[in-house]
Design a protein around this ligand. Sequence first.
Ligand SMILES: [Zn+2]
Length: 307
Amino acid sequence: MIPFAGNPLNRASEKRTDSEWIEARRHDPSSLIIPLWRLKPFLLGSERPDATTVLGRLRPEIADSLAGSDAACIFLGLDGDRAVFALDISAAEDPQNREPLAGLGYFTDARTAAQIVPINDAAMIAQAKALIDWHQRHGFCPRCGAPTRMVDAGYRRLCGQCNAEHFPRVDPVVIMLATHGDACLVGRGAQFPPEMFSALAGFIEPGETIEEAVQRELMEEASVRVSDVTYYATQPWPFPSSLMIGCFARAESRDVKADAKEVVEVRWLERGAARELIAGKQVNGMRVPPPIAIAHHLIRTWACGEK
Ligand SMILES: [Zn+2]
């Protein structure tokens, strides 16, 4: 399973418009609240590297003692019969060192958290973080500029002035591994550490298919022409709210050239070297992304001959 995928909750979307039901569940002692402080989830356990860590879920009364009265609270779904919400407690000052959380755990960024909590917890972090982030950025109507308010338990915002409706956005990104014979193409982004090489990626543009975006991005970033674009898997990527669409594509030749703007270097990686890199070794001064990234799974799947 790719981290951030595999959300275990029943989203029960038909309940979102039932404000009485949502309100009752919001205060039901059996409900669980996932607090996010400045977009960071709360992890129960020690910060020691070998500690067992799980995502913090609080009883409503505990969570409410940490939140401002206008804090965004989003219905994430049902875990069996229990309702699960995400609550923005950003207004709290230093909550991990104060009652009621002191000594129980710590807040950390979603990327770090996803690498140390169980896979189901990582998926809930993706949902909670992407939605709270969206609400924080969409307090005003892009059509008329008036304030908007949250409705439908967090899945819609409504403009008080022009009645425009706004829905949580998901930005599709293609991330693709071009292959040629027994080699795959990896590149180093301008913002990467010097040894880090990954699959190339880019946002899908309006009026473009997934296949066209894969072909355009590989041409722009590496001057390589590809055909036979095939779908691999997708990954929710809550930074802030992308959907990574993993693909393979067949390159027509090994003539490549980095665009030098977004990608500073591209290399063909032989299958044997790819296997060693995936196992965490450095090869020729290179590394590839860890398993939190779908790029890791693209390279692994190809290197192990599953594609
Ligand atoms: Zn408006």
